[in-house]
Write a protein that binds this ligand. Sequence first.
Ligand code: ZN
Length: 293
Amino acid sequence: MSTPGLHHVTLTSGAPQPALDFYAGPLGLHLVKRTVNFDDPGVHHLYFGDAAGSPGSILTLFPFPDARRGQAGIGAASAVALATPDPRARLEALASARVEVTAAERFGAPVWCVSDPDGLSVELVEGPEGLAWATLWLADPEPTARLLTEVFGYASGPEIGGANGHRLRLSLPGEGPGRMIELCRSGSGPRARPGAGSIHHIAFRARDRAHQDALVEALRSRGERVTERKDRQYFESVYFREPGGVLFEIATDPPGFAVDEPADALGRTLRLPPWLEESRDRIEARLPPLGAR
Ligand code: ZN
């Protein structure tokens, strides 16, 4: 029943253009969908990923031009790590764009840390292209770790303890992107505050509806309150708040991003779901301008 890994990570940003220029610029992601927040069509929803928009490679963005900055802290995912097979090329692109990079080491491997235009902590590691992990800050990581191991199939370990807090890495077996989650115990830190530069939620993959149903049933049998299924056009989603307060989603792999535009032209024009298409003129007039990348 376990998940194949992360499906996507969704951020809140400030103005859309700097975020687009950063993620589709020196970070090397592809803009694979321009659409709107289906629950608030006055706001863009931008999807980045590998060229095909594969599950496990997706970083999505709700840009609010006037948003105040969020605060990383307890009860939220507070960093996202992206893997690239060629870190040297990324580091050169970041240097050319004058993005400050801090090199570190974690669990014996190099990690390069940058801040996005809204101050979100983004980590780069060497690995198969896609998401590497999300880092959750929690007052008590134990209930979250139990949920991830018992329902989603993660295995615990290794751990780092010490003056900088306690960090536990959980991994799924096998190969491919998005197979790790890091849990940081931050007992005395600030509570997370939503806003620009914060992570709104993280989504796990379900192979199809039946797999999603099985995961939902397992969660409900543990007393988790899971929403009904929502049609997100490119996947179908359910949501719940895990015991540490972080918003989790389970998103189906199908139908994917080529459902409403050609696979070789993803992200070039504004796509709207059928139920918003009749309001296209009004929606386009309200959205902030957003250039190409
Ligand atoms: Zn989502």
